[in-house]
Write a new protein. Sequence first.
Length: 124
Amino acid sequence: MTLFNPKYSSNRIELKTIRKRLRNRSTSAEATLWNILKNKQLAGKKFRRQHSIENYIADFYCSTDKLIIELDGDPHGDYAQIQRDEKRDKELENKGYIVLRFENRFVFQDPDFVIKTIKNNLTF
């Protein structure tokens, strides 16, 4: 029996340890945004934190809207990382996901912009 089945490619069991480690080591930007998203506080939508989708782990995910939110810090500023992020985003978008990417600083400097952008990509 294989652990990977495309029909059930969300929150893959073999990525559970990595997801848990990421949740326990979240950045201050992730913790701040999570306080806004958790418990259906934003538009009544359920978000998950560090949720795996196929081979990727999304920072935040709303399954009803197939919305992925990624927060990027300094490691995402180098060219190679930007290329990997673009490839990942394109693959996920081709499968019907919406990917929003924000720099960590926007969570603190302009949280209204982040929240408005997220809301604009949710269905009601």
